[in-house]
Design a protein around this ligand. Structure first.
Ligand SMILES: [Zn+2]
Length: 372
């Protein structure tokens, strides 16, 4: 035992000498610059490719991004079987960039064997390479049982499914409810993108639907579900719908140690909080740097315009990079007031942009093929 201790001490002395011989150690507070964007390896953990085209994948590869694609039970998307077909093809052709998670529908919910059938399908999807399962806001907002009751995420009928996902060492991703803005009138919303989205999709603008479950009901159902499934690896996408307060997100992460959040489509809500108290937002990122992953929600649909998609992706990627990595004063289309970037240290940026996703989705992506 003492021998081991001596070896350890010698090792520590040795490694500190090594650092000295390489010159001054790099400060851990150093941040990436805009020039670093392309060369730093990154993961976009929230992509929706619903067509065979390669624009998204090629542009991701060119910018050192790997992708986690999410199949979702969204009416505007192709059917889940069709999305699976598309994912299998991309995975086969581009396993260095493309990995995916699957989903299920609540059709036939009232049939006694609904859950068994879902588990059967999930088993097939996992065998084919799906790494997780995404549940969408239509649970809690759209689907009703035959008695007309809203189906919520903590319904016991989901229990065996979530248990199965856990037993298979897969990940549950949940888009529960909506941003809190959804329950406010348009002119009281904090960010322009919510205002635009809920103008376009009034069926999801809950301020107009007081008969449906409240914001608090949605959050409560999700948290009840998590309390029953504490060992499940869980990602609350869209900042777990707690985007309006970094303190609330922190409380959520403290309460559920196997949960993490993705930043997808909710970065402007953080920028809004930066306006009031940039330090608080920055401290949140420093403290929870192991529990936050970057994502965009970019979609590549059947009839997309490749040039427009590439332009949109690059503009947003660079805006986000600027916010997290630099201390520049900047503006974004989602806010009317300029704010300052967070200038996160490289170590935190690497976790948010890559390492956390690599830990959650182990061995998800293959090494690039060496050509030439
Ligand atoms: Zn999405």
């Amino acid at each position: 035992m003492y021998y081991n201790l001596i070896i350890l001490m010698l090792f520590l002395i040795g490694s500190s000498c090594n650092n000295e011989s390489k010159g001054p150690a790099v400060s851990i507070e150093e941040s990436y610059s805009m020039e670093d964007f392309k060369k730093v390896p990154k993961i976009d953990t929230h992509a929706h490719i619903t067509s065979d085209g390669k624009t998204f994948i090629e542009e991701a590869r060119a910018n050192n991004f790997r992708l986690m694609d999410m199949i979702v039970d969204v009416p505007q998307f192709p059917s889940i079987p069709r999305q699976l077909e598309i994912c299998l093809k991309h995975r086969e052709e581009d396993p260095d960039v493309f990995a995916y998670t699957t989903a299920f529908t609540l059709e036939n919910w009232d049939q006694p064997d609904w859950g068994d059938k879902i588990i059967e399908n999930l088993q097939k999807d996992f065998d084919n390479g799906a790494l997780g399962v995404k549940v969408w806001k239509n649970i809690g907002m759209t689907y009703k049982d035959q008695k007309g009751n809203q189906i919520m995420l903590d319904d016991p009928k989901f229990d065996p499914i979530f248990q199965f996902i856990k037993d298979q060492h897969k990940v549950l991703l949940s888009h529960a409810g909506e941003p809190k803005n959804c329950w406010l009138p348009l002119d009281e919303m904090t960010v322009n993108n919510d205002r635009n989205y809920f103008t376009e999709y009034p069926e999801f603008h809950m301020y107009l639907h007081p008969e449906l479950p409240s914001y608090e009901d949605q959050i409560q159902a999700r948290d009840n579900m998590l309390s029953k499934n504490t060992a499940l690896t869980f990602i609350g996408v869209h900042l777990a719908s707690l985007e309006w307060s970094v303190d609330e997100i922190a409380r959520f992460l403290d309460r559920f140690p196997n949960a993490s959040v993705d930043l997808t489509e909710r970065i402007p809500h953080l920028q809004y909080q930066s306006l009031e108290n940039r330090n608080r937002v920055r401290e949140f990122f420093i403290k929870y740097q192991d529990r936050i992953s970057y994502g965009t929600d970019f979609e590549q649909e059947e009839n997309h315009d490749p040039a427009a998609l590439i332009e949109k992706m690059n503009a947003r990627w660079l805006r986000d990079w600027k916010y997290f990595n630099t201390e520049e004063i900047m503006t974004v289309p989602e806010l009317d007031t300029p704010f300052q970037g967070l200038g996160l240290p490289k170590t935190a940026a690497d976790k948010i942009y890559r390492i956390n996703a690599e830990k959650i989705f182990k061995d998800a992506w293959e090494s690039p093929k060496i050509t030439g």
